[in-house]
Design a protein around this ligand. Structure first.
Ligand code: BG6
Length: 510
């Protein structure tokens, strides 16, 4: 299937981003090699990277500009999502410098300043600077503060200065607030871009278009017609080599206040007045603000946390979480979490939102499933029809990018029989989508100053406020109430019970 005229639809042409110099802190790390440089390369191929572009890497390790450039050039073909074209490589790596330095040492920023002055003169990047903090989270506050205090991030003579902060933005409400406070002490809100890579996914961005560019969903998008909503971010991946990060973090902090809450707010927010950063971000923050805050006892009743045991994922044997390198053998960190949340507004009163995410599950599957209220079966009372299939609208985010509607149809034949059927829209049938890293749009938006895909301070804090009772409750409970699940399964029995209690059940993980 393709568009009505048989042709696939292409994106409209965007303009190249503003001339700029990108300064990456944590430049020797995985993120730079695996995602950022391949994303810059894809932007170059699309003609969206500015002609005047330069890259400065900052890290602790001993290296030189030449060695750093060679390193990036070597790793790019390994991680690129498209064929390598040398002219595009040249646009990305044509001007590369390296600064060795400690994140909390003033001297580092003097050196960066010297490089910037030189490059801006030689390369004509017009003084526009994008600082990308791809470091461990401990670096965010000191680097942000040094950038502000040194004047490197001070907008001057019409040039812009922006700072991208990677996740996790804080580890609880207090630390997120403190980080916002520090950054906002030296930078303006419109200079800060807090990244959530879920917003780089086309299928996530499409939620707003599906809801607000179509007349048919909004009138039924409320408590009168919707029974409940399920948000699933299931991963087949295990914790693997991230033991020390993960054991201190857990599934709740790693996934819920950021990725799952982005999905939740896009699904449940009120229509923004304009398709513009502040209007959209205000509605998203307001939605998170309307999520009912639960007391400690209530939070424990409405949440399930669990850890995976030995099992098989996609036919590969998987060892229990506690046997992962750098994980404490008696760890109580959860690798799975399920929550029931309620939203206190007129649209959603009494409509439960069930969220779940976990590692080492049966399959990778991210989806939002909206369950509509059942039709009354009364009309079919005197027929052989015993029950009706459920009406779901399923927004599949990944790996199968599609939107499906499940409804009832008459089974052909002389007697009345009813069966569940489905209609599915697949992105690949309509659009030519070049493989990407998911960071392209996010980086490009930063370079043109569009913050629509970046959560604001209030949205981030509202998210942490909702999860804080769960964090507190689990800290106190320690191992009490920590469930287990077999690696390769759909999750713990207790998560099924969370819905069964309300007479509902999870959709299976494919
Ligand atoms: C990251 C988490 O933010 O998101 C990881 O730290 C997780 O633990 C990843 O695996 C999931 O992202 P995606 O795009 O694969 O769903």
């Amino acid at each position: 299937m393709t568009a009505a005229n048989g042709a696939k639809t292409h994106a409209t042409t965007a303009r190249p981003a503003d001339p700029c110099c990108l300064v990456i802190f944590g430049a020797s790390g995985d993120l730079t090699h695996r995602l950022l440089v391949p994303a810059l390369y894809n932007l170059a191929v699309e003609g969206l990277l500015p002609e005047a572009f330069a890259l400065i890497g900052v890290a602790r390790s001993e290296s030189s500009s030449e060695a750093f450039r060679d390193d990036l050039a070597k790793s790019l073909p390994k991680f690129a999502t498209r064929n390598i074209d040398q002219s595009a490589v040249k646009r990305v790596l044509g001007c590369v410098a390296y600064v060795r330095g400690e994140p909390d040492d003033e001297a580092t920023y003097n050196k960066i300043g010297q490089e910037l002055t030189r490059i801006e003169r030689e390369r004509g990047t017009k003084g526009n600077r994008l600082f990308y903090l791809a470091t461990p989270p401990a670096g965010f506050a000191p680097i942000g503060c040094h950038l502000g205090e040194s004047g490197l991030a001070r907008a001057a003579n019409g040039a812009w200065r922006r700072v991208v902060i990677e996740k996790p933005f804080g580890t609880d409400l207090a630390s997120a607030r403190a980080l916002n406070e520090k950054l906002l002490g030296v930078l303006n809100e419109d200079q800060i871009f807090r990244i959530d890579h879920y917003l780089g996914k086309e299928t996530v961005q499409n939620i707003m278009v599906l809801r607000f560019a179509n007349g048919l969903f909004e009138p039924i998008w409320n408590r009168d017609h919707i029974d409940h909503v399920q948000i699933t971010v299931a991963e087949s991946l295990t914790v693997g080599r991230r033991g020390s990060y993960y054991d201190a973090t857990g599934a709740l902090r790693d996934m819920v206040p950021n990725h799952l809450f982005q999905l939740l707010s896009l699904i449940a927010m009120e229509p923004p007045s304009r398709f513009a950063a502040d209007a959209v971000r205000a509605e998203k923050a307001q939605l998170l603000d309307a999520v009912q805050l639960q007391g400690p006892a209530e939070a424990m009743r409405n949440a399930v946390r669990a850890q995976y045991d030995d099992g098989y994922v996609e036919n590969r044997p998987v060892e229990a979480y506690r046997k992962t390198p750098d994980v404490k053998p008696d760890s109580t960190t959860e690798t799975y979490v399920a929550l029931k949340l309620m939203i206190d507004n007129w649209r959603w009163a009494n409509v439960p939102f069930y969220l779940r995410t976990g590692k080492a599950l049966r399959a990778k599957q991210t989806e939002v499933a909206i369950k509509f209220k059942q039709a009354p079966v009364a009309m079919f009372r005197d027929t052989p029809v015993e029950r009706l299939a459920e009406n779901f609208l399923v927004i599949a985010i990944q790996p199968n990018e599609c939107i499906g509607l499940e409804f009832n149809a008459k089974v052909p034949g002389p007697t009345i029989a009813i069966g569940g059927v489905g209609m599915t829209f697949k992105y690949e049938d309509y659009f030519d989508i070049a493989p990407s890293t998911g960071y392209e749009t996010l980086i490009y938006d930063c370079m043109i100053g569009d913050a629509i895909l970046y959560p604001r301070a209030d949205g981030i804090e509202a998210g942490w406020r909702v999860v804080q009772p769960f964090i507190d409750g689990w800290r106190e409970a320690s191992a009490n109430g920590l469930a287990g699940y077999r690696a390769g399964s759909d999750g713990p029995r207790e998560a099924d019970e969370l819905l069964a209690r309300d007479g509902r059940r999870w959709r299976p993980i494919a």
